[in-house]
Design a protein around this ligand. Structure first.
Ligand code: PMP
Length: 413
């Protein structure tokens, strides 16, 4: 019989919050309540210091110089790739480092899809995709004669799985799917969906932007073919991120951008490309940024992704209860599996006006269409306000947020 392990010490969320210098500031004379982490996350001092230290002590280009700094920079950059690979449970050679999800999805579109799709082929997308997982497929469809098919949602913002599977017909070559919706917070059953897609020979491209910062993601266990993520939502610097691809797919894909770093040999008669994943990393990369991203993965791992998921579930439950109690407030997206994102509308207030008035109370929420026009068209609304939470938010901030909305309501009455 195995002895049950004692519960690990719960994280000290107050101390963790203190790691984020920006969260200590005020806006409009009020303590900042930052509820826009789905847009971009705040950075802990460890990440800021790592970027600073790189520029102060190690700055050089990667893979070019043999001098000491060149070696240090290359080791730091490749070390970051290894850290991120460990975080996602993938092999480092399957991870293309790039500027973020937008680049990663375009890479799949141009390098994998463009040479393979043709008239009659279908790219299947869900209604809840971010524009980054729609527009590249439209561009490729235009050039190949393929068409886009949309998998619709249920009113609560879950995917209609029966409709999705019915839409997976023989013409579908590729499925683009968000792991977690940036507008509704819906967590899609990616593993099950990828299994169904694979049974039908459909290649799966998962947009993990809103999943990786908030829960443990074992990428190979999902059974997808491509997984895209962005660093700036997971405590890392902007302009960082990665595409994971199954090794055999990566090996079959031609380069997307040409230039230095991605070649072994160049002659005017033709060039020999570097091995994957380096043949997708043309030019000087965001070295310091990725070093920071590597440190961000250490930071998140030290807290524990399961603890982060549990903390954010608590914050979501609290915020949902507090907002539901406000007369005239409507929440869009109430799927049973939901991450800590709340899109909402308040009777009598345009989303931008509401966000502006909340800002005056120190509360930062995003308003607009959240780079998801087709999703807002589904709900028939021009814009929403969106509050998105991270583990560094507090229950006290949720109370202040709800109070700020009540104040706006009184002002508008
Ligand atoms: N997909 C989703 C679901 C997102 O939330 C975002 C960022 N808003 C992106 C893609 C694009 O990420 P990036 O701009 O970092 O490339």
């Amino acid at each position: 019989m195995t002895t049950p392990r004692p519960d690990p010490t719960p994280p000290d969320w107050t101390a963790i919050r203190a790691d984020f210098p920006l969260l200590q500031r005020e806006v409009h004379g009020k303590p900042l309540v930052y509820l826009d982490s789905a847009n971009t996350g705040q950075k802990p001092a460890a990440v800021i210091d790592a970027v600073d230290d790189f520029f102060r002590r190690h700055n050089a280009n990667v893979s070019r110089a043999v001098h000491a700094l060149g070696t240090e920079a290359t080791e730091a950059y490749e070390g970051a790739r290894a850290k991120l690979a460990g975080f996602l449970k993938v092999h480092r050679d399957e991870l293309v480092l790039c500027s973020g999800t937008t680049f990663a999805l375009n890479l799949v579109a141009y390098s994998w899809a463009l040479p393979r799709l043709g008239p009659g082929d279908v790219v299947l997308l869900t209604r809840m995709e971010h524009h980054a997982n729609i527009v590249p497929w439209q561009l490729v469809a235009e050039r190949t004669g393929a068409t886009i098919r949309v998998a619709e949602l249920l009113p609560d913002g879950s995917l209609d799985l029966d409709a999705l599977y019915a839409a997976m017909t023989g013409e579908v070559k590729l499925l683009g799917l968000a792991h977690v919706s940036n507008v509704l917070g819906t967590v899609n059953p990616v593993r099950e969906i990828c299994r169904e897609a694979r049974r039908r020979g459909i290649v799966t491209v998962v947009d993990g932007s809103q999943a990786v910062p908030h829960r443990a993601v074992d990428v190979p266990a999902l059974g997808c073919d491509f997984y895209a993520l962005t660093g700036h939502k997971m405590c890392g610097p902007t302009g960082t991120g990665a595409l994971w691809a199954r090794r055999e797919l990566l090996a079959q894909m031609p380069p997307f951008l040409g230039g230095g770093e991605m070649i072994k040999e160049v002659r005017f008669e033709g060039s020999v490309f570097n091995d994957p994943p380096h043949h997708f990393e043309a030019g000087t990369p965001n070295i310091a940024g990725h070093v920071g991203l590597g440190v961000a993965t250490d930071y998140l791992s030290a807290i524990g992704m399961d603890a982060i998921e549990a903390r954010e579930a608590e914050l979501l439950a609290h915020a949902t209860e507090a907002l539901t109690a406000i007369d005239g407030l409507r929440i869009l997206g109430t799927a049973p599996e939901k991450a800590a994102v709340i899109s909402f509308l308040l009777d009598g207030a345009h989303a931008h006006d509401l966000a502006t008035l909340l800002d005056l109370e120190g509360v930062a929420v995003r308003s607009g269409q959240h780079c998801a026009h087709p999703l807002l068209q589904f709900y028939g609304v021009p814009a929403t306000c969106r509050a998105s939470f991270a583990f560094y938010n507090t229950h006290d901030e949720i109370e202040r947020f709800a109070e700020a909305i009540r104040k706006v309501r009184r002002l508008l009455a």
